[in-house]
Design a protein around this ligand. Structure first.
Ligand SMILES: [Mn+2]
Length: 271
């Protein structure tokens, strides 16, 4: 039995199947962990979603910003601006079931894995973990969002989740400001300050951060106790320079590669 953690699939169905075949992935024996952004941008979001959903308990996934955007479109809560490649999913006869499956996914996932006689803790999120949150705090705050997303006020949440403010965590934040802040850290963060202040407008090169900011993982305090699996940032090309912080988005939807990491030996496989 192996656990494979895969980067942002973004509707790249054929590379996904090719990659899983190349590692002889078996849904009855192995597990597939997805760092989010399962769909959008790529050409085959519908096939991707159906395939992942049909893998049943073999799949564990966290929500990415594109997955949340899909839910907002599905519920009629998304802003009218912005391109997407989700029309085929939205028009599919099984769209309700697929949206329901996406809507119950978590924003953060923790598991203690025993490999080669060693126990290791893994925390999987789409974008990152801000400096001031412990592993348990991250899971608690992710659960606050999950509860709203899966509850009767999910449309209100999806309508008001967009925006870059507030830009720093405060335990006293309430309501939508609190939920938006949690979502922005876990699904959109790239650069932040040591105090957790986010910059969501700069997206590009990792070697040219805005003044006073750095990639979030320069400040994280979870490793070495907990290894972090994340995606979202293709410009990193799989490199963070920090042991135990695994960047898995290698830009498949930009015509580059799709990557899985086998947790037992941290070996990477790409197509
Ligand atoms: Mn993303």
């Amino acid at each position: 039995m192996s656990i494979y953690a895969i980067g942002d699939i973004q509707g790249c169905y054929r590379p996904l199947r090719k990659l899983l075949d190349s590692v002889n992935f078996s849904p009855t024996q192995d597990e597939l962990w997805c760092v989010g952004d399962l769909i959008n941008r790529g050409p085959e979001s519908l096939d991707t979603l159906r395939f992942l959903r049909d893998l049943g308990p073999a799949v564990t996934a966290v929500l990415g910003n594109h997955d949340l955007h899909f839910l907002a479109l599905y519920h009629g809560c998304a802003p009218q601006t912005g391109k997407h490649t989700l029309d085929q999913v939205l028009a599919a006869p099984d769209c309700d079931e697929l949206a329901h499956w996406v809507q119950q996914l978590p924003l953060a996932y923790h598991q203690r894995v025993k490999t080669n006689g060693r126990r290791r803790d893994y925390l999987m999120v789409h974008a990152g973990v801000p400096p001031q949150w412990s592993r348990n705090r991250t899971l608690e705050l992710a659960a606050e969002v999950e509860q709203v997303l899966q509850g009767p006020r999910h449309r209100h949440f999806l309508k008001h989740m967009y925006g870059n403010k507030p830009d720093c965590w405060d335990d006293d934040l309430e309501g939508m400001e609190r939920l938006r802040m949690i979502v922005n850290y876990l699904t959109r963060m790239r650069f932040c300050r040591a105090d957790g202040t986010l910059n969501l407008t700069v997206k590009g090169r990792v070697d040219n951060p805005p003044e006073g900011f750095a990639p979030w993982y320069k400040f994280e305090q979870l490793t070495p106790d907990t290894e972090i699996l994340f995606g979202h940032w293709a410009a990193l090309e799989g490199r963070t320079g920090r042991p135990g912080v695994h960047a898995l988005d290698t830009g498949c939807s930009w015509g580059r590669e799709l990557t899985v990491m086998r947790l037992e030996d941290a070996r990477l496989f790409c197509v």
